[in-house]
Design a protein around this ligand. Sequence first.
Ligand SMILES: NC(=O)C1=CN([C@@H]2O[C@H](COP(=O)(O)OP(=O)(O)OC[C@H]3O[C@@H](n4cnc5c(N)ncnc54)[C@H](O)[C@@H]3O)[C@@H](O)[C@H]2O)C=CC1
Ligand SMILES: O=C(CO)COP(=O)(O)O
Length: 314
Amino acid sequence: MSVAVIGAGAFGTALAVVLAGKAPVTLWGRDIGWAGTRENPRLPGIRLPDSLRVTDALQDCLADTVLLALPAQVLGGFLAEQGQLFDGRRLVSCAKGIDLASLTGPSALIGAACPQATVAVLTGPSFAADIARGLPTALTLACADPQAAQSLQHQLSTGALRLYRTTDVPGAELGGALKNVIAIAAGAAIGAGYGDSARASIVTRGFAEMVRLATALGARAETLAGLSGLGDLVLTCTSDQSRNFRYGLALGAGRDFAAGTTVEGAATARAVTALAVRMGIEMPVSNLVAGLAEGRIAMEHALDILLNRPLKEE
Ligand SMILES: NC(=O)C1=CN([C@@H]2O[C@H](COP(=O)(O)OP(=O)(O)OC[C@H]3O[C@@H](n4cnc5c(N)ncnc54)[C@H](O)[C@@H]3O)[C@@H](O)[C@H]2O)C=CC1
Ligand SMILES: O=C(CO)COP(=O)(O)O
């Protein structure tokens, strides 16, 4: 079965590189001026296999299985323009975020634009550079249809990339989106010099609010405790490879951060704040990250806001 990957950023390219070892793969990017060099500047040091086709024509991408690896905030616009091309196929969201315009996750955006498609989510702890280098990685493949989940699990697993499957699409998707927000807070705590103990509190209390919101939105709590939730939370809150964590570090230290870097947690924090208000759910860490990202809250007040909350049961 053929595979197409939409979005030639770091993650889409890494997935295309490893999957090209077992099936025909086409990688689509809107700007592929680099393609002749067989190295994507977003994934430096990785040579694309000769078998991987790179294109800027969506007509080349009408494969059985299409991985959508665009950032969460651009996916809705892309689907509004091009979604009809992909309806009826197996569409796998690889984005980790909540769309600010609709306050829904990528799977709902795909389902709305492509009502005949089989929608799945690929998520979990993995840096693009690790996957592309063939390092061992375990991810979650979520699809409401158990047979399709099993089929995609086999199609998209490789020797080093091991997929676990679940039918809990909201759980897998929300874990991946919400952990980015908490990673910004963890980075800010380290950047501000609050130390590793403070980071551990943020990760743990952050996880509690991830579970609160996700279960209210239909997720299963045990999914949040798996690779797509806790697993990815741990990775992203502890590694300098993470852009969300590094963005937090810069916020905490009062430094500028490279414009144009994909930091999904910043917009997702704002979406989470809006959802939390709508649903009457307390999300103090996420609210703080939204305030920091929007410049409404200054870093020197952030700690007081958390420490001055009423004392309560854990
Ligand atoms: N980089 C990583 O290690 C991982 C990334 N992800 C997720 O994958 C998604 C994509 O992230 P990356 O590939 O890392 O981002 P990236 O910053 O490397 O690349 C983003 C790509 O999107 C393209 N793009 C932006 N706006 C577009 C538009 N309107 N139409 C078409 N293309 C557009 C850019 O040209 C670029 O190729 C994110 O949701 C991220 O959370 C998930 C796991 C790992
Ligand atoms: O999702 C990721 C790791 O699982 C990548 O994290 P960043 O987007 O923060 O770099």
